[in-house]
Design a protein around this ligand. Structure first.
Ligand SMILES: *[C@@H]1O[C@H](CO)[C@@H](O)[C@H](O)[C@H]1NC(C)=O
Ligand SMILES: *[C@@H]1O[C@H](CO)[C@@H](O)[C@H](O)[C@H]1NC(C)=O
Ligand SMILES: *[C@@H]1O[C@H](CO)[C@@H](O)[C@H](O)[C@H]1NC(C)=O
Length: 376
């Protein structure tokens, strides 16, 4: 694989973020084939518009205004700054909230009489949370207002898959130098299409892990109910399947930054996570180029040769596609931070393989991959 020798490190520092860009990882024909297979399979919206049960959902959460205030008051200074409200993305119920949106909301529910964009505890206490929910529920949301505006599908890469899909998995195995069984038992390939106007605001591909966190791929063998679940995507390999006419870069707003602080992502009403407006202000951007793969780790090492904490410098997003269509694919390598659970998972997978069950056991993959075997 000559192509593998062309790795260039775009970003790498002492404790910082590693990102490799590999041109010609896929041939033009392979890119076209993946797009073709994805189209045959059919793509679905990556995120749907929030339904109007927003109010209902919020009412079920029974917390006092004081608790809500404390939860939002990140730096515990007794004041709610706009950026503290914005970093709680769940507030928007799938809608991406901008500083302007928050100001409009404050005005609509008369939350901030002095108009300084900061809520004191007194101002917050005056606020009827029901008014807030009503306001949010009454907002007309367009796809461009969502966190993610794209379509995607999943392509199977296991035994019996299309020879090109198998071959890409083998190349990813050599690229990442991870054990074969880990790569073979990871998620299928995700193919994503962004039309003109598409975007994906900056996010992490996987979540933080606490001792009680379950991984989606191993949770059923773990046989315990956990309050938290994440996808445990140790590695991301992203493939560009076409040249994009305008926009559509992948941005890493804090790659190689000296320090990282979540609240510093938003300064003077500029939210660095906003890939529709502020892609040009991030630390690193990769321009889509057909056949190029980029690869990075979403977790740090635990110092003992296994997966450790989430690497916040891996924050990334898809910039607004200003012209044409953008096609990419993702291969995620899933590793459970609990080494024993990961090993148990492989044993179970081996057992199933031996029993020659035709389909992969359902618990190995997320429900959304359910139809990945269909013909592909
Ligand atoms: C999970 O635990 C229950 C009770 O301990 C047991 O009956 C069940 O067989 C276990 N399931 C799996 C998949 O190990
Ligand atoms: C994509 O762009 C690269 C240069 O950036 C070029 O070499 C390649 O031929 C282009 N591919 C297509 C299909 O236009
Ligand atoms: C990036 O690093 C600089 C210098 O340490 C720091 O001032 C800034 O807040 C950092 N940005 C983020 C988003 O943490």
């Amino acid at each position: 694989m000559g192509a593998l020798l062309l790795i260039s490190n775009l970003a790498i520092g002492p404790f910082l973020f590693f990102l490799a860009e590999i041109p010609n990882f896929l041939s033009e024909e392979e890119c076209k084939l993946i797009i073709h297979l994805a189209q045959l399979k059919g793509l679905q919206k990556s995120q749907t518009l929030p339904t109007d049960n927003y109010e209902e959902a919020m009412e079920m959460i029974e917390v006092s205004p004081m608790d809500v205030f404390n939860l939002l008051d990140h730096n515990q200074d007794g004041q709610l700054q706009l950026k503290e409200v914005l970093t709680h993305t769940r507030l928007g119920n799938g809608r991406w909230m901008t500083p302007e949106n928050i100001r409009e909301m404050y005005t609509a529910v008369k939350a901030d009489p002095d108009g300084d964009g900061v809520l004191s505890l007194e101002e917050f206490k005056q606020l009827n949370l029901k008014d807030f929910h009503k306001y949010m529920g009454s907002q007309k949301v367009k796809v461009s207002d969502l966190v993610r505006n794209s379509q995607h599908t999943w392509l199977y890469q296991g035994e019996g898959a299309h020879q090109v899909m198998r071959s890409i998995r083998q190349r990813v195995l050599r690229l990442t130098r991870l054990p074969r069984e880990i790569v073979e038992h990871s998620e299928p390939m995700q193919v994503v299409r962004y039309d003109q106007g598409g975007h994906y605001h900056a996010h992490m591909d996987s979540g933080p892990v606490f001792p009680e966190t379950a991984c989606s791929h191993t949770k059923l063998i773990a046989n315990e109910t956990s309050p938290f679940e994440t996808s445990c995507r140790y590695v991301t390999v992203l493939f560009y399947l076409n040249n994009v006419t305008g926009g559509g870069e992948t941005t890493f707003p804090v790659a190689d930054n000296r320090t990282y602080d979540e609240l510093s992502l938003i300064q003077n009403d500029i939210d660095l996570r906003d890939t529709r407006k502020h892609c040009d202000k991030g630390n690193l951007r990769v321009k889509p180029r057909q056949g190029t793969a980029v690869f990075w780790y979403n977790y740090l090492s635990d110092g003992q040769g296994w997966v450790g904490e989430l690497d916040e410098y891996s924050l990334h997003g898809g910039c607004l596609v200003t012209q044409g269509t953008k096609w990419i694919a993702n291969n995620w390598i899933n590793v459970d931070p609990s080494r024993s659970r990961q090993i148990q998972f492989h044993q179970e997978m081996a057992r199933y393989a031996q029993e020659e069950l035709e389909a992969q056991p359902e618990w190995t993959v997320d429900k959304s991959y359910k139809n990945v075997h269909i013909e592909l």
